[in-house]
Design a binder for this molecule. Structure first.
Ligand SMILES: Nc1ncnc2c1ncn2[C@@H]1O[C@H](COP(=O)(O)OP(=O)(O)OP(=O)(O)O)[C@@H](O)[C@H]1O
Ligand SMILES: O=C(O)[C@H](O)CO
Length: 521
């Protein structure tokens, strides 16, 4: 048996890092963690996901098992942070079948991608797709509204011979503002801004947005009728709910006014709404007049999720295995306060690192905490089983992967983000535990490359963080109280624990990684 297990143990294969040949055993956990994160991001690059989701053979297009015939009848619209790269790839695939397009993308994105050398994410010269930049600071503005009008116009002009390809990614809601008259852009923006500031979830926020918009909640598919509509969606919402990602412009959804009002009431907004919003919410019936056929057709738009946090975690797991780590994916749905999330990773470390049988009270605590952070009991049980096998089966290290979008309750005025704050808190959780000599190590990073309003995507930490900070005269507790995790990591060991991939041009929420070496190794 022992001989069999030693065969399973990863051998020191050779890997290429930065042009050098390196044996895994000599590659630090830090280097491997960063490589695994890079693989997660690479898997959900906008051009890659579009390329993998569309097969073109002559004049036929195969998407998610459905065949469409191209007769120079293809039109394209898109909105979201990753849409420029998606459009560039779609343009390459469709060739001259693509007649025209309009995309609404973040302010300054073309310049940024150019500066980062991401030429493959830019449209070709003389492209027939019009790029409209807007929504500065992720807020709907007049530029985004102009883009939304152009998109609505293009969709409205289509005939039954046409095919409309809709590219959707996170940030799409702010980039497609089309308030139902008489609501003004300012009024709509005010309602969503106040909701977000009061801590509304993306589900609550987009439930309200759908009710106040002409294009959300299936509106775009409605205007595109009688053309066929195919939407390719890069998901940035936990569970990939089609009706909520970018507020579901191609997903027919009924607006239930009671539901919308209850969200507004929950955040004490219902009494201070502008008259125009009250007027629209008070109307009975659907947002647009439409025939039965029109409504059926709009409801039958093809919506395909082509990239998500799960895809990123799957590819990260593959890369981890190549690098000699035993991967286990906990969940792509981690949410809740970073304090609770860091506590969960602390408990899982304690569970995995115990020299003897893992203490049952730790497992019980893990299971109790799971629901608070969006992780199901069976995922925790499955993961704990792998972690405890990792202790005995001779793997050098286990790489636990998870994803999602935890939250930070902001109490200070410092600079930071949820990933850096999570990494800092996990570092503190590991302090004082009896740990293997060369680990564990924790990484948390935003797949968009930008954690909060900072230039870092996240950070990498371990159990030595507290001592290291103390030796360098850094006040860990003060940094946490002031939500100053970026400043903390920038000063700590000359910033070497920061994760700095630069803007990645994609976004499928965050990736967490806990690498736990076994005691023997
Ligand atoms: N100083 C800070 N410390 C910790 N977290 C912060 C700080 N400032 C902002 N945040 C958090 O950063 C998040 C906003 O960051 P970011 O712009 O990366 O948003 P996002 O949710 O990732 O947006 P998107 O989904 O569009 O990518 C919010 O959750 C906010 O609480
Ligand atoms: O645009 C949005 O609504 C959010 O990014 C969620 O998809």
């Amino acid at each position: 048996m022992a001989r069999f297990l030693s065969l399973l143990r990863p051998q020191p294969f050779l890997a290429f890092t930065g042009g050098r040949k390196t044996s895994f055993c000599r590659m630090s956990l830090d280097v491997r963690a960063r490589e695994v994160f890079a693989a997660a991001v690479e898997a959900v690059q906008p051009d890659t996901v579009v390329r993998h989701s569309i097969q073109r053979k002559d004049d036929s297009l195969l998407i998610d098992g459905h065949t469409f015939t191209l007769r120079h009848n293809l039109h394209l619209v898109g909105f979201g942070k990753a849409v420029l790269g998606m459009a560039a790839e779609a343009e390459r695939i469709m060739g001259d079948h693509l007649q025209r397009g309009v995309i609404s993308v973040p302010h300054g994105i073309q310049k940024t991608l150019l500066q980062h050398g991401k030429d493959q994410m830019l449209l070709k010269d003389k492209s027939c797709i019009r790029v409209m930049e807007g929504a500065k600071h992720n807020l709907p503005d007049a530029d985004a509204q102009k883009a939304a009008e152009s998109i609505k116009q293009l969709a409205s002009e289509l005939t039954e011979k046409d095919l409309l390809l809709v590219l959707i990614s996170g940030g799409g809601s702010a980039l497609l503002p089309a308030p139902v008259p008489p609501i003004s852009l300012q009024e709509k923006q005010d309602v969503t801004r106040r909701l977000a500031a009061a801590g509304a979830t993306i589900q609550e926020l987009n439930t309200v947005r759908r009710a106040l918009s002409l294009l959300k909640g299936g509106g775009l598919a409605h205007y595109a009728y009688p053309a066929k509509v195919v939407a390719l969606i890069l998901s940035d919402v936990i569970g990939d709910p089609l009706d909520l990602i970018a507020s579901g412009p191609t997903v027919q959804s009924e607006v239930r006014h009671e539901e919308v009002l209850s969200v507004l009431e929950r955040y004490n907004l219902s009494t201070s709404l502008p008259a125009s919003v009250k007027d629209v919410l008070g109307r009975a019936g659907p947002r647009w007049e439409q025939s039965k056929e029109q409504s059926d057709r709009a409801a039958h738009a093809l919506n395909v999720v082509i990239g998500s946090n799960s895809v990123a975690l799957r590819c990260a797991g593959r890369r981890a295995r190549e690098l000699g780590l035993r991967p286990v994916v906990l969940s792509p749905g981690v949410c809740g306060d970073v304090r609770s999330v860091s506590r969960l990773y602390g408990l899982l470390t304690r569970y995995a690192c115990s020299r003897d049988e893992p203490p049952p009270e730790v497992a019980a605590e893990v299971l109790k905490l799971g629901p608070e952070v969006g992780v199901q009991s069976w995922d925790l049980c499955r993961t704990m089983k792998v972690l405890s096998e990792g202790r005995t089966e001779g793997w050098g290290a286990t790489c636990l992967l998870a994803g999602g979008e935890p939250t930070v309750e902001l109490t200070g005025k410092g600079r930071g983000g949820r990933n850096q704050e999570l990494a800092l808190r996990v570092g503190l959780e590991l302090r004082g535990m009896e740990l293997p000599p060369n680990g564990p190590l924790f990484l948390s990073g935003g797949t968009d490359g930008q954690d909060g309003p900072t230039e870092a995507a996240g950070a990498v930490t371990d159990g030595g963080l507290w001592e290291e900070a103390k030796a360098q005269g850094l006040d860990v507790d003060g940094c946490l109280t002031n939500n100053d995790s970026f400043t903390f990591f920038s000063h700590l060991s000359s910033g070497e624990r920061l994760l700095l991939p630069g803007l990645t041009g994609t976004n499928v929420m965050d990736v967490h990684m806990l690498i736990i070496p076994s005691h023997e190794h």
